[in-house]
Design a protein around this ligand. Structure first.
Ligand code: BG6
Ligand code: BG6
Ligand code: GLC
Ligand code: GLC
Length: 896
């Protein structure tokens, strides 16, 4: 009769397989971005990314709130190879005023209990990291935050739902001046259980609670978790399977008793799966069944006691006692009599059977959902057989005499291809919470170290103003006769005395040496109404051994390239005027004479410094004795750039290069240039600001990484500003930081790879790519992998941050320098307000995703009275060099 009466509660394996399939579909929905908002099973990311690995250590406090008993714990984890964990704990009551009161009181109470615990253990004087096990569904965006989705089970506290419980806890902690703890992790009890068990068994990747409530968590592949950025590794998902069926998907399985329970609960319509399973409801289910059967005359001769009519009179512990082997029947009789009933022997057997059906259904349903999780784990790992461990906790599971073995048996039957070990969490979830906190603690301290490194690249507004002012001073020293010789910013006169006026014309050759590429160009300039510039060019490589060989070899190579180009263009016979863009500091006595002061960047050819580069080029042409050229002008790339842009915009009086190297030129009043005769008009000054700071004047903002980069360069002690701002060095700075962080175990698992030791692996273009906002982290990782750096997702985030800090500082410094230049121009002209255009070139400026913006913003902030337009030089400086050549040629022909 009982079997017939409870026909609906007895679930066949077919039904269980069906439930399993439905739950599998629910998990997928909960994980997917689009389906998640309406999914019943929430599949909440927990930000716990790994099982304990034994490296956890330290002393922690833990709170364990939300199960049948509230507990405060102190956990000591020692990393001595023996993996010993010591725990002390104390239970505190949670009276109804607390579980059904208001939020402030709840958290104050929790903190009061914590304070009491610390008092009794005499540990109030010390600061502790704390892990908070909070056994309710929380939406997390990081480990130390959780917005309560809804109360479940027997908690219903006002003003907590949809707020962050960690913030509330911290708030309450603030009022307790005697308690000093740092809340580092919020964990669900399932997660705590998995971690507790995971400490003893590394195979543990599922946590299940069958207690007051029921729930499970497991390790999911990151690539399946749409709600969290990143595709690498795994993260623990709190399924909140208790809500399975809340969208009606289990209606066919729910009975009238389930509906009645639900209606009388704190949260009607919610946690429908949980209400068929967990300890809070099991006794009541039995009572409702017995009541109905008695009413129908199937039990107790149709007699009903007041107790049997009273909600909550049958508890899960009673169900467990009634099902006990041997004493079960005796217990049943006693329990029924306590309910004011007078059961017959047959009644007792029948009641026992009711208990079995109700609790077996619970185990069956849990088994089906767990089987779905296990199948998912197996499929995620692409295994035909899965060997795994499930961490278990909860009073129902722990104290019901038959429950565990029934559950285990059904699970094994439902997933025959999984070898499952069920591991009971003896010590509760507090230990696991401590493990999570330990990892969080390590991350916090690592983060602190990384932040410290990055902070050394941070420039305050005062720093930047100081840089600007010092730059201004240095500009003056370079221009003044007495100080010029010792000035670090050399302020080299270029003998370019005006910007193009559109009358330039002719056919010219140009060389462009010293940037990323070496080019030879043919430039045809037309003037008048059909004013135009046509250019033909070819890029040639300069091998490293030539850049750093002898001067003769270098210039012979250049001439070889010119010969190839003339051949290629079919103009070998023509004796064309040539403009030579030579992007190094040259001391000029006229437009066609330039003595190399010293090599910068990646060049170091011997017997060139102190020599006239035009002479060297002429001699190399002579040595070759194949063609002749008329070398008319030698031009710095900044000057070439200014002229290229000046051809379009007459207001362009500044040329800036932010490329391999860093430099600026600008039109200065002749009367200010004490190193050149004459006071009329203007002349372009090649500042060579790369040397700024070579006298130590910006050493206070140089980091140890800058010093390392300097020491490893071709010109130690020189070009300090350039080494903080230009493409050739930014990658090197990044590399030095990465090495340092790796040495401290903060990156690449502490392994310094061969590639990381390789000077120059980090080119500016990689920096630009890694920092690109459009690139997902995975792609950043791919770039790093190309560089031979095997990075995890976290590594990639850090590398990106490092790149960002270094490039930001570069752009700001460059901006501060430029602000000094525009300010100087404004003061020269005695203007309230200056409107000026800066011609810009260089790969850093052109390719980096943020450099140009930060540079411009900085100039705006530091030179508020200047309205600066930035004009990108599209055609390179070859065009400008040709324009200068055209003017020089015309003046030369006119005998000026
Ligand atoms: C305890 C855990 O052992 O079990 C708690 O420490 C958990 O975190 C609880 O909530 C679940 O079982 P119950 O029966 O107390 O709800
Ligand atoms: C080029 C110019 O466009 O930019 C060169 O034509 C200049 O003259 C170069 O030296 C600077 O940028 P980078 O990044 O190539 O050093
Ligand atoms: C309820 C809670 C869940 C918890 C479970 C077991 O289902 O919503 O978060 O894990 O109970 O305590
Ligand atoms: C280096 C050179 C300088 C050049 C700059 C940009 O700083 O010394 O002459 O303008 O690089 O290429």
């Amino acid at each position: 009769q009982v079997d017939r009466f409870l026909y609906h509660m007895r679930l066949s394996d077919d039904v269980l397989h069906d439930v399993m399939t439905r739950f599998q579909a629910e998990m997928v929905r909960g994980l997917e971005r689009d389906a998640h908002p309406t999914a019943a099973v929430k599949m909440l990311p927990t930000f716990v990314r790994s099982i304990p690995d034994g490296s956890e250590k330290g002393e922690f406090l833990a709170l364990d709130l939300g199960g049948s008993r509230f507990r405060v714990l102190k956990v000591n984890v020692s990393e001595d190879g023996k993996q010993t964990v010591q725990m002390e704990s104390q239970f505190y009551p949670t009276p109804k005023e607390i579980t059904h009161g208001n939020g402030t009181e709840l958290f104050e109470y929790v903190v009061d209990c914590l304070a009491d615990f610390m008092e009794t253990k005499n540990i109030k004087h010390k600061k502790f990291p704390l892990g908070f096990t909070f056994s309710f569904p929380c939406i997390q965006t990081k480990l130390e935050e959780g917005v309560l989705h809804s109360w479940t089970k027997n908690f219903k506290v006002r003003g907590v739902q949809e707020t962050d419980v960690v913030t509330s806890l911290r708030h309450a902690l603030k009022k307790h001046k005697d308690v000093d703890v740092d809340v580092l992790a919020l964990v669900n009890d399932t997660v705590g259980t998995m971690m507790t068990c995971g400490y003893d068994d590394q195979r543990c990747e599922v946590g299940v609670i069958i207690g007051t409530g029921t729930n499970a968590c497991y390790m999911e592949e990151m690539r399946h978790i749409d709600l969290v950025e990143g595709d690498e590794g795994r993260m623990c998902i709190n399924t909140e399977w208790g809500a399975f069926g809340d969208d009606g998907s289990l209606e066919d399985l729910r009975t009238e008793f389930d509906r009645e329970i639900d209606l009388g609960s704190d949260n009607p319509g919610k946690q429908l799966f949980e209400k068929m399973i967990s300890g809070l409801y099991l006794g009541e289910l039995v009572r409702l069944v017995l009541l109905k059967m008695a009413k129908k005359g199937l039990l107790f001769n149709g007699k009903i006691s007041t107790a049997l009519r009273t909600k909550g009179k049958v508890e899960t512990k009673h169900v467990a006692a009634m099902e006990k082997h041997k004493e079960g029947l005796k217990n049943t009789k006693e329990i029924l009599m306590e309910l004011g009933l007078t059961p017959s022997e047959e009644d007792c057997i029948a009641v026992q059977h009711v208990c079995t059906i109700v609790s077996f259904r619970s185990a069956n349903l849990c088994a089906a959902a767990l089987a779905a999780i296990l199948t998912r784990l197996r499929e995620n790992k692409k295994l035909t057989r899965l060997r795994t461990t499930v961490g278990m906790d909860g009073t129902l599971y722990k104290t019901h005499p038959q429950y565990p073995k029934r559950l285990h048996k059904v699970v094994r039957r439902l997933v025959p291809n999984c070898d499952v070990r069920f591991l009971l969490s003896e010590s509760g979830s507090g230990k696991g919470a401590a493990m999570v906190t330990a990892v969080a603690c390590r991350l916090v301290s690592q983060r602190k170290q990384i932040d410290e490194v990055l902070a050394s690249f941070h420039l305050s507004e005062e720093n930047l103003i100081e840089v600007k002012n010092k730059m201004k001073d240095e500009l003056e020293y370079g221009l003044k006769k007495e100080t010029h010789a010792i000035a670090t910013v050399k302020m080299l006169p270029t003998y370019v005395c005006g910007t193009p006026d559109g009358t330039e014309k002719g056919k010219f050759l140009a060389l462009d040496l010293g940037g990323t590429n070496f080019r030879v160009l043919l430039v045809k300039i037309r003037s008048g109404r059909r004013k135009s510039v046509r250019m033909y060019n070819k890029i040639f490589a300069i091998p490293l051994e030539i850049m750093q060989g002898t001067g003769e070899e270098l210039f012979d190579h250049i001439v070889q390239c010119i010969a190839d180009f003339l051949e290629y263009m079919g103009i070998k016979g023509a004796r064309l005027p040539l403009g030579f863009t030579f992007s190094f500091p040259c001391r000029q006595a006229s437009i066609d004479k330039g003595t190399l002061v010293e090599w910068t960047k990646g060049f170091k050819a011997t017997e060139c410094e102190g020599e006239d580069v035009v002479d060297m080029l002429r001699e190399a042409i002579k040595r070759r004795n194949e063609f002749d050229l008329d070398i008319v002008a030698v031009v710095n790339d900044t000057v070439g750039t200014m002229m290229t842009c000046g051809y379009e915009d007459p207001n362009c009086e500044i040329g800036l290069i932010a490329g391999t190297g860093s430099n600026v030129c600008y039109m200065e009043e002749m009367k200010n240039i004490e190193t050149v005769e004459g006071t009329e008009g203007k002349m372009c000054i090649n500042t060579e600001w790369g040397g700024f700071g070579d006298n130590g004047c910006i050493d206070s903002i140089r980091t140890k990484y800058d010093k390392e980069v300097d020491e490893g360069s071709l010109n130690p002690g020189k070009q300090r500003y350039e080494k903080m701002t230009s493409g050739m060095y930014l990658g090197e700075i990044v590399r030095q930081i990465l090495i340092d962080l790796t040495k401290h175990g903060l990156l690449f698992r502490g392994q310094i790879s061969e590639s990381l030791r390789t000077r120059g692996i980090f080119e500016t273009k990689f920096l630009s790519q890694i920092e690109s906002d459009r690139l997902a982290l995975l792609q950043a990782r791919r770039i790093l992998q190309q560089l031979g750096l095997d990075s995890t997702c976290d590594d990639s985030i850090i590398v990106k941050e490092v790149c960002g800090a270094v490039s930001k500082r570069a752009a700001q410094l460059c901006g501060a320098g430029l602000a000094a230049i525009v300010e100087k121009k404004r003061e020269n002209r005695n203007l309230e307000h200056l409107k000026i255009t800066v011609g810009v070139d260089g790969t850093l400026y052109k390719l980096h995703p943020h450099f140009s913006r930060i540079l411009q913003e900085t100039v705006k902030e530091l030179a508020p009275h200047c309205d600066v337009t930035f004009m990108l030089s599209e055609d390179g400086s070859g065009k400008g060099a040709a324009l200068i050549t055209a003017v020089a040629k015309r003046l030369h022909n006119a005998g000026e």
